[in-house]
Design a binder for this molecule. Structure first.
Ligand code: COA
Length: 531
């Protein structure tokens, strides 16, 4: 395998300008992440601490192994959507507990009692998906007021799927350990109800379908919280609690003990010893163009992500706008597909062939997506660009080896699909702060609308209202600009989080490690390829 050469001049003005633009974007990311850690705000955080409780993030930290890692998922989910705070009132991610990689979630109980809202439902379902696809046990730290009552209409029906998924995971022998730290009502009660192992904290955790006020309203019965759903009652009488913890730390100890006792082993192959790249990953910050319209070289990215910067390129002379090849990342062998320009028919054909090869060899795929779309025009249509694109999308869709997608820049049009965008089920998908995503760029979209409106007016034999058309184009371009931004995309859970480009290699390494908890098994079964 050759060590990739580099053309990057780290002392150039362009490099410096790019670093500075990326620095600004990373500052915004840091501010957003700080907001995601503020819970329900100072007053409610203080009240929680005054009650002698651990903050939800402290619960997660104490569950984790001292030297273990935690890959946070969707920390900015729901951000600023209808005024929501980043994080969707759930802390979630993959981390190591007693040597076992687990999906961990915790209710953000300092914010509206940890009540579950629309984006929390979506984030929980994403966490559940990660658990089942990668065969990772789940630990949930619950203290939740159940459904966010004023918004119940948005969560009641879709929220039911979370409980179904939980029991389906149990059937698939992917266990869930539920640690109940506080009051857990209604939907919050079914979380322990459906889990495989339940720990409740004495004189603190309460689980009931309806709290005392609702019971009084419904039946007239007057009952106190402890008698209705206290930990002691559930451990001794109802049988909902399997373990009674004396305090929060004891609950965490019990949770860790349960995970250790399961004797979980990974089903995928172990990695080879890792090796750092020959070039510093931090240089990626100066490689990404400050101007999103200026492309940057795929091999320069690969050189700062893979072990030893060594890359065994496949079909380098054919379909050169898609770079394909084999490498190792943190010791795991992967097949990489990276955009190096607009997708051509040959690039798509090559991509499909490469995906099939990786499936034959049970090798996970890493997509480095930076794509403005497929080439358009009469010549390429005659050359079969749609047919070739469909072939690649067929291969991406039916591939069964784990895929990890990194949005390193643009993601426009069917390029998003062919390069394993969210709808194509990559096991993990992370974005760089410069990422933009839409059916096409704002200017192009406004231009297309301009042509359509003019053609339509001509057909009807009327004049175009130039002022109105110009206003509409401006509004549309502004709307697309907002909607295609990485911050909006991550709020919508179109990715699992925005990362510093310099962390790409490590994030992929952790994601690969998580994927290898499940068997890594390729397929020979594909849809009909159109030749
Ligand atoms: N939906 C939306 N907001 C809720 C909520 C819910 N299910 N439960 C609590 N909140 C809000 C409260 O209105 C309060 O907001 P405010 O400070 O702006 O007035 C905030 O969360 C904190 O609630 P508070 O009752 O002060 O916290 P607490 O820690 O003393 O008690 C609970 C927490 C969960 C025990 C209590 O709030 C409760 O019983 N909630 C109702 C639970 C319920 O019946 N859920 C049914 C869901 S179907």
């Amino acid at each position: 395998m050759i060590t990739l050469p580099t053309q990057i001049d780290t002392s150039s003005d362009v490099f410096e300008k790019n670093c500075s633009a990326m620095g600004e974007a990373l500052d915004i990311l840091a501010k957003d992440l700080t907001r995601s850690r503020e819970g329900g705000g100072e007053k409610y955080v203080q009240r929680h601490l005054d009650r002698g409780r651990l903050l939800p993030r402290e619960r997660v930290e104490r569950l984790l192994d001292r030297d273990g890692w935690f890959l946070e998922i969707a920390p900015l989910a729901g951000m600023d959507l209808e005024g929501n705070k980043p994080g969707a009132r759930i802390i979630g991610g993959v981390g190591v507990v007693c040597g076992v990689e687990c999906v961990i979630s915790a209710s953000e109980s300092t914010d509206q009692g940890g009540a579950i809202h629309e984006w929390g439902v979506k984030k929980s379902q994403r966490l559940g998906e990660i658990a089942i696809e990668n065969r990772l046990p789940v630990i949930s730290c619950v203290e939740s007021a159940g459904a966010d009552l004023p918004n119940q209409g948005k969560i009641f029906v879709p929220g039911g799927k979370g409980f179904r998924d939980l029991t389906e995971r149990s059937k698939a022998r992917v266990p869930t350990v539920c640690l109940v730290f506080g009051s857990s009502t209604a939907g919050g009660a079914y979380l322990p109800g459906m889990s495989d192992y339940v720990v409740m904290v004495k004189e603190q955790a309460q689980v009931f379908l309806a709290g005392p006020p609702l019971v009084k309203m419904a039946t007239g019965e007057v009952v106190d919280e402890e008698s209705l759903g206290g930990a002691e009652m559930h451990a001794r009488q109802s049988g909902l609690a399997d373990y009674l913890a004396v305090d929060e730390l004891d609950a965490i100890r019990l949770g860790r003990e349960i995970i250790a006792s399961i004797g979980w082993t990974k089903s995928g192959p172990l990695p080879e010893p890792p090796e750092p790249p020959a070039y510093a990953p931090t240089e990626l910050r100066g490689i990404v163009s400050a101007d999103p319209r200026v492309p940057f070289a795929a091999r320069e990215i690969i050189a700062r992500v893979v072990d030893g910067s060594r890359f065994h390129e496949f079909k380098p002379l054919y379909g050169p706008t898609l770079v394909t090849g084999f490498a190792r990342i943190h010791g795991y062998t992967v097949g990489i597909l990276a955009n190096d320009g607009v997708l051509l028919a040959e690039s798509a054909e090559k991509g499909a062939q490469f995906i099939m090869l990786c499936n034959q060899r049970n090798i996970p795929l890493v997509y480095l997506q930076n794509i403005t779309g497929f080439m358009v025009g009469e010549a390429v249509e005659k050359g079969g660009i749609t047919r070739a694109g469909a072939k690649m999308i067929n291969a991406v869709s039916n591939s069964t080896v784990p895929a990890i997608t990194i949005m390193t820049g643009m993601s426009y049009g069917a390029g998003n699909y062919a390069m394993c965008g969210r709808a194509y089920g990559p096991r993990f998908l992370f974005s760089w702060p410069n990422h933009r995503i839409a059916v096409m760029g704002g200017e192009q979209l406004a231009g297309v609308l301009d042509i359509i409106k003019r053609q339509s007016a001509a057909k009807r034999g009327v004049d175009v209202d130039e002022e109105q058309l110009s206003m509409m184009k401006q509004m549309i371009a502004g709307k697309i600009e907002f909607e295609s931004h990485a911050r909006h995309a991550t709020a919508q859970l179109w990715d699992d989080g925005i990362i510093d480009p310099a962390d790409t290699r490590d994030v992929i390494g952790l994601a690969l490690s998580a994927c290898h908890s499940a068997p890594v098994q390729g397929t020979n079964a594909w849809g009909v390829f159109r030749h």
